[in-house]
Design a protein around this ligand. Sequence first.
Ligand SMILES: C[S@@+](CC[C@H](N)C(=O)[O-])C[C@H]1O[C@@H](n2cnc3c(N)ncnc32)[C@H](O)[C@@H]1O
Length: 212
Amino acid sequence: MIISIRQFQAQRMQAPRDFSPIENTPICVEIGAGKGKHALLFSGQHPEKKLYAIERTKEKFLAMQKQQTLEPRHHLFPIHADALPWMVHALYPQQVAQFFILYPNPEPHNPAQRWLNMPFFEFLLSRLKPEGTITLASNIPDYIDEAQHQLEQLWHLPYLKQRIASDSARTHFEIKYLERGELCQQLIITKPEHYQTRFDEFMPLQGQNDAK
Ligand SMILES: C[S@@+](CC[C@H](N)C(=O)[O-])C[C@H]1O[C@@H](n2cnc3c(N)ncnc32)[C@H](O)[C@@H]1O
C-alpha cells in the first residue's frame, strides 16, 4: 500500500496527563463522543463490546460520566483526553474492531484538521483490525464528498455511503441537524485484510505504555 502523505510523527506525542494503559483486548473507540449519547446507546445495545469514548472538552466529558452513573454500563470507558496522544499511547496495532467519528467539527478554516486529511489517519488505520470499520457521519455534504475523495485517492479504502434516517437520534448533534431538516450522511469504511500502514509495528517507547 503506497500512502502519499507526510508521515505522522507518532514518536513525538507525549502521553496525556494521568494516562493509564489499557489491555490488549478487542475494543471499539468513539472519537469526539460529546456528552456520550451514542456511547451509552451503543453500550446498552452491545453489552458484550468494550467501548472507549474519548472527549477532550471537559464539560462534555463530565456530562458523559454523569450519565454513565445514572445508566451504568460495565463496558463503557469514558476518556477525558485529546484523541491523538491517547490513541498513540493506549492502542495496540490491529486492536480496534470499530471506530466511530460522529459529526466531527467541520474545521471550515482549517481543512488540514479534518480527520481524513490528517497524517494521523494513517496511525488510526494501523490500530484497526483487518475487516474492522470506521463510521464517519456528517451533516455537511462537502465534508462527506471530501472524505470520499480521500478514501479513493489517498487511503485506497472501500466504503459504503448511507443517508441517515430522519428519525435517527444517536447523538445530540444528529438530533439537532435532523430536526432542522438537514441531510445527514455517513460513510462506513472497511479496512481490507492485507492493508498495510507505516505504523503496523509501532508501539510507544517502553515505560510510556507498560500494559502488555
Ligand atoms: C461537533 S461535536 C459532536 C459531538 C458528538 N459526537 C455528537 O454528535 O453529538 C465534536 C466533538 O468532538 C470533540 N473533539 C474534537 N476533536 C477532538 C479530539 N482531538 N479528541 C477528542 N475529542 C475531540 C469536541 O470536543 C466535540 O465535543
